[in-house]
Design a protein around this ligand. Structure first.
Ligand code: FES
Length: 520
């Protein structure tokens, strides 16, 4: 019964459901600014907070509504514990850079708390311990090595052989004094604070082009307005600007899934993640209707999972093994950018683009990494340097050591590009309400979704970013790109970039709909 109800409900994030919507204006005129931030998520707002009062004309533009994309779909764990990372960082990058990463993320936890306290932001902030656990003997040594590595970098890490959760574990590691919160409650208040301090915020204003002028940048928006800026920060998750630095070849994208579960048993406190595959993560979620538990996990590249609903069901099975699940009031999915060496790209966009900055590739650890990004970017803008710039440098030399990963990720993109062009469309299938198929008309692949009223929605499923063929995502009812993760609604509107143009369909729609209705 729970299974059926789960899949009948359209995915919706609790963070969105429990907060009001914003209504900042759209930019319909040309403007001239000192600093432009592209992207009204956690990085954009925190950076604006750090720069407020120091930059005369500071503007944020957001393609849709602020804090509705990545940040509204996170697990919202504020922790420097980013999986089993520190031992790997020391051996791959050396102690100095590993220390920079550890210190930056430890500082970030404190800074988020300071901002909340200073501004008295009511955002369900709670101090929690963060655990990594394993039920698999073969991770025992890795966890021991990780505890030693983290301690040697100044983190208060401890080895544990049991966790407060009622679960048999082989080994674990705890970082105390980590935290969790409600990301939209925090960031919507922060937006009001920066706005009151003179930061202009424009919504429904998508940057579609960036040109390098003489010592300045010109950004064109989808509304036709142009922004002339001395300095520009691209903080829109996957960078849309393709001309420099080949981010499309240095980032890959993964989707994962979240259930908010009501359980009969009490939650013992703490935030958890396992060391092994498939990934599983847990935290509590205080709501007005009582405590829920966030059950998080699964992962796959966008457009590369046949049965997206199955991922929700896998999480439900996991939850049911742990506690008596009484209901699942919310479910949603999320999408993250990952870099080749696991460290985000934060800093100058490319070595020959002075005053153009980027923050991307947080690899599912966006809360502290967003705070760190804001620290680095505001320092670079104000002082031209940051104590954490080297490890996060988007042009770092150490990235060459990850060349193998680069080749694997790009080989996958090449396969998707070619496969999309060769694969045949579905035949002999019927199209039921709520379903989609791909048909071919004069060599053009047409994505066809039938809604509950029987209305057909047609789009050309060639991704407007770099031409890969989109795949249907049944659970979220979207067209997803297997190459760099752009996502579109069944009407072709952009859900998620790097694409900046919606999908179109330029043929005689009525004739084609008639043909489809007769044949499918
Ligand atoms: Fe790059 Fe689709 S997102 S081709």
């Amino acid at each position: 019964m729970i299974n059926e109800n789960l899949l009948n409900k359209i995915p919706q994030s609790y963070w969105l459901e429990s907060t009001g919507r914003t209504n900042y204006p759209t930019l319909n005129e040309d403007i001239d600014v000192d600093v432009l931030i592209i992207g009204g998520g956690m990085v954009g707002l925190l950076t604006a907070y750090q720069l407020k009062g120091q930059v005369a004309k500071l503007t944020i533009i957001e393609a849709e509504r602020i804090v509705e994309s990545t940040t509204a779909h996170t697990t919202a764990k504020i922790t420097s514990q980013h999986g089993l990372i520190y031992h790997k960082l020391i051996s791959k990058l050396g102690r100095n850079l590993a220390e920079q990463y550890a210190q930056a993320n430890e500082l970030a936890i404190g800074h988020i708390k300071e901002i909340i306290d200073e501004n008295k932001i009511d955002c369900d902030f709670e101090t929690q311990a963060a655990y990594i656990y394993t039920q698999d003997e073969k991770y025992l040594k890795q966890i021991q090595a990780e505890v030693e590595a983290a301690q040697s970098l100044g983190i208060q890490a401890e080895f544990v052989d049991e966790i407060p959760f009622p679960m048999e574990v082989r080994a674990g590691m705890v970082f105390k004094n980590q935290a969790q919160f409600h990301p939209r409650k925090f960031l919507l208040d922060l937006a009001q604070i920066v706005h009151k301090n003179g930061v202009q915020i424009y919504e429904k204003t998508r940057a579609i082009e960036l040109e390098e002028g003489y010592k300045r940048y010109v950004i064109t928006t989808d509304k036709g307005s142009r922004i002339l800026a001395d300095k520009v920060i691209i903080a829109s998750q996957y960078p849309f600007y393709n001309k420099k630095s080949m981010y499309y070849g240095r980032i890959y994208v993964e989707r994962s899934y979240i259930l908010a579960v009501k359980a009969k048993e009490d939650y013992p406190g703490g935030m958890y993640i396992n060391a092994e595959d498939p990934p599983r993560s847990l935290r509590s979620l205080p709501t007005e209707d009582g405590e829920l538990i966030l059950v998080v996990g699964e992962n796959h590249k966008p457009g590369q999972s046949e049965d997206t609903n199955g991922h929700y069901l896998n999480l439900l099975n996991f939850a049911q093994d742990l506690f008596t699940v009484e209901a699942v009031p919310y479910r949603w999915s999320t999408q993250d950018c990952l870099t080749l060496d696991g460290i985000p790209y934060v800093g100058q966009y490319a070595s020959d683009t002075p005053n153009l900055y980027v923050a991307t590739g947080f690899g599912k650890w966006g809360m502290t990494n967003s705070m760190v990004s804001s620290m680095i970017l505001s320092d670079l803008i104000n002082e031209g340097k940051s104590p954490f710039a080297e490890v996060y440098d988007p042009s770092r030399k150490t990235i060459a050591a990850s060349a193998k990963n680069f080749l694997i990720q790009n080989a996958d993109v090449a396969v998707q590009l070619i496969e999309g062009k060769l694969s045949s469309t579905e035949k002999d299938v019927s199209l039921k309400p709520g379903e989609a198929i791909i048909i071919e008309i004069d060599g053009e692949k047409v994505g066809t979704f039938k809604d509950e009223e029987g209305e057909l929605h047609l789009v050309n499923i060639t991704c407007t970013h770099m031409g890969c063929e989109l795949k249907w995502n049944k659970a979220e009812r979207s067209w997803d790109c297997p190459c760099h993760g752009s996502r579109f609604t069944y009407d072709g509107d952009i859900i998620q970039g790097p694409a900046v143009k919606p999908l179109s369909f330029d043929r005689d729609v009525n004739t084609i709909k008639k043909l489809i209705n007769e044949n499918f």
